[in-house]
Write a protein that binds this ligand. Structure first.
Ligand code: HEM
Length: 304
């Protein structure tokens, strides 16, 4: 049976792959082709040259293929090239540093989970095995252990930055509330992780921590009973702490970081409190200028 001929798709409807645009004025470059493509005239190209050209273009073509289907480049460009307010400084990196610390914890935690045994009789030995026998085990365990403290310090510094810069005010109250939940969850991670080596220090420190929780009003006794998971701290406590540390809290943190980042991108970041609003350069009636500056002379929104 003769094959049905497919109609040719007009060039105009095929989007060009993601390519570095030619320099203005370079002219004469065929549509969708970067000037570099013309360095070797096609008639003088050997098979090797052609293969090299295809190889060089492959990653860009692959990216273009994915982008045509996801349409993600618009979103990524908007997010990565968004304007930040005047006066943005190093203190604004503390949120990203906290995010980085969390990612390090997640990655090192996955590798530790491959060797850790959450059992009252084997937990301590499995940690000793990670430290003494597993290749890079001591490094990964050390990164996770010290990384926990780093994340706690960074989250407090980041919260301090947002507090002192007034970033909790309208319209960012919800992001502040999400941040408070993230802080509680981060502290829960640090607390539940501390018991996991199941050595003398973690055992007694967890008893102290659980008892402190028990002193809370109304919910305190229920909370400490829930955490202990039995009349005494033991195997059931370890299993419960492990489930909270490994599954429950990381899942919640990931979801909340997603919401937190969405709001940061959507609302933009706050200008430092010492940055004053600029008067528009164009002449405008004084009454209008006063309304625009809202009387406070403060900038508390995104934009350059
Ligand atoms: C896992 C924990 C957290 C991560 C990964 C995180 C990440 C970030 C990042 C990357 C930003 C944008 C850049 C910056 O301003 O630093 C940001 C902004 C913000 N964060 Fe967090 N954050 C966390 C916890 C918190 C906490 C504990 C609070 C407060 C209780 C908080 C409140 C805010 C607020 C209000 C903003 C907006 C800042 C502005 O408009 O200038 N975040 N966060």
């Amino acid at each position: 049976m003769p094959k049905a001929r497919l109609p040719k798709i007009p060039d105009a409807v095929v989007p060009p792959p993601l390519r570095k645009p030619g320099k203005p004025g370079s002219g004469g470059t065929p549509k969708g082709q970067a000037p570099e493509d013309l360095k070797t005239a096609p008639e003088r190209q050997t098979a090797g040259d052609k293969l090299l050209e295809v190889g060089k273009e492959a990653p860009i073509d692959a990216l273009g293929w994915v982008d045509q289907r996801l349409a993600a480049s618009g979103f990524l460009t908007g997010m990565l090239y968004r304007k930040v307010p005047k006066g943005t400084n190093w203190f604004y990196t503390l949120g990203s540093a906290t995010l980085f610390a969390f990612i390090v914890q997640a990655v090192t935690g996955v590798f530790l989970a491959m060797f850790y045994v959450p059992s009252a009789t084997q937990a301590y030995a499995s940690i000793a095995h990670i430290n003494n026998e597993v290749p890079f085990g001591q490094l990964v365990h050390g990164m996770h252990k010290w990384g926990a403290s780093v994340m706690v310090i960074l989250i407090f510094l980041h919260m301090g930055r947002t507090f002192f810069f007034g970033a909790y005010k309208y319209p960012r109250e919800l992001n502040w509330v999400i941040g408070v939940v993230l802080l509680i969850l981060t502290m829960t991670m640090a607390f539940t992780g501390y018991l996991l080596p199941f050595d003398q220090r973690s055992f007694w420190a967890s008893i102290v921590g659980i008892n402190i929780n028990g002193t809370g009003p109304v919910m305190g006794p229920y909370l400490s009973d829930f955490l202990r998971a039995g009349p005494e701290l033991g195997a059931t406590t370890l299993a419960r702490f492990y489930a909270i540390h490994m599954l429950l809290v990381p899942g919640a943190i990931i979801a909340l970081i997603g919401a937190h980042m969405y709001l940061v991108v959507k609302l933009g970041t706050t200008a430092p409190p010492w940055i004053k609003a600029e008067r528009p350069k164009v002449a405008a009636p004084v009454s209008q200028l006063d309304a625009g500056a809202n009387g406070s002379g403060r900038v508390n929104g995104s934009g350059g």
